[in-house]
Design a protein around this ligand. Structure first.
Ligand code: ATP
Length: 324
């Protein structure tokens, strides 16, 4: 991983946060370099918003430190705030102000000098496809347009570190693509980006460094290719109806096992076994083999291998717990 003149643009160390008895963050380290996009990937409740809020200075951690561009955030809150662009999950734009007024207001708030505000507002509006809407009021925007304006307000002062918490929630395909393109463009211009999501196609489109966060802990980090290389075990998924014929699993490594409806069970077996070999193992009971598919190297399966759960779907019991 690269680090610049002052080290990483963001370096969070040993961050802890509890809400009552719940440990929302259990000693999280996160570093992001200039020009790097880090996707914080985790299910609902994993701790993404809590972490982003702490880095943004909106929430106090119980322990740990945050440095932005080499500055300790708790000792230099104003300087750090000027380096940050934050788009929280809930959209917050002024409905009575026009798009231009919103952008200029947020630019002013972030300390952009008056004579630069118009240019920067127009530039960010162009980037996010809002140029035609500059004189439209916040109250007259669609959900997707509001979402884009919300993100644009976080970008208008050209932050060095951008924190985006699920920026595409409720956005249509076109808005989603526009946001992703903008984020990639900003990173190419040198911004460090932290982007939270549990939507896997987005992580792929961002070509981000992926940080898997689960129950308040970071379990792994790497590019999609690195994570697949590290965790993909090959093998086959198959579904059996009724009782599994004896001998089918003999000599195979069972990676996952889960019920699939009332009378069905799904298995993932690792290794080089071919589909035809599996069918042969069922012999005369082949009709019980409802489906079989190759375990493809995709991000959801990597996420499942790391956390034991799907990023946006069913929980999967690791086989040690599921075995009877
Ligand atoms: P999502 O994808 O749903 O936004 P997340 O990964 O951002 O989830 P957080 O919002 O950080 O998760 O929540 C982490 C955990 O802390 C969850 O179990 C949540 O219920 C809990 N939590 C968050 N905020 C509070 C709060 N103000 N009071 C009590 N518990 C909270």
């Amino acid at each position: 991983m690269r680090s610049g003149k002052y080290g990483f643009m963001l370096q969070a160390r040993s961050i802890t946060k509890s809400y009552g008895l719940l440990d929302a963050l259990r000693g999280v380290d996160l570093s992001v370099d200039a020009g790097q996009i880090v996707a914080l990937l985790g299910r609902n409740g994993a701790g993404k918003t809590t972490l982003i809020s702490i880095i943004a200075g909106l929430l106090k951690a119980d322990g740990g430190t945050v440095e932005v561009n080499g500055l300790d955030a708790s000792g230099h809150p104003d300087e750090v705030a000027r380096l940050l662009g934050v788009a929280p999950q809930e959209t917050g734009v002024y409905r009575v102000l026009t798009v231009r007024e919103n952008l200029e207001f947020f630019a002013d708030l972030a300390g952009v000098p008056k004579k630069k505000r118009t240019t920067q507002a127009e530039e960010v509006a162009e980037q996010l496809g809002l140029s035609e809407l500059l004189s439209r009021k916040g109250s007259e925007l669609s959900g997707g347009e509001t979402r884009r304006l919300h993100t644009a307000c976080a970008l208008v002062h050209r932050p060095r570190l951008l924190l985006l918490d699920e920026p595409t929630v409720g956005a249509d395909v076109a808005t989603r693509q526009q946001l992703i393109e903008s984020v990639r463009g900003l990173a190419a211009d040198g911004a460090a980006v932290v982007y939270t999501t549990h939507y896997l196609p987005e992580v792929e489109a961002l070509e981000a460094d992926i940080v898997i966060i689960h129950q308040g802990e970071i379990l792994d980090r790497g590019t999609q290719a690195e994570l697949i290389e590290r965790h993909h075990r090959g093998g086959l998924w198959f579904t059996v109806e009724g009782e599994l014929p004896s001998g089918v699993l003999s000599g195979l490594e069972v990676l996952h096992q889960r019920p699939d409806g009332d009378d069905r069970e799904q298995f993932l077996v690792g290794g080089d076994i071919r589909m035809v070999e599996l069918v042969e193992r069922f012999g005369s009971q082949a009709a019980q083999l409802v489906s079989v598919e190759r375990n493809l190297p995709d991000l959801d399966r990597v996420f499942m291998a790391v956390t034991g759960e799907s990023a946006d779907g069913d929980g999967v019991e690791p086989v040690e717990q599921a075995a009877r």
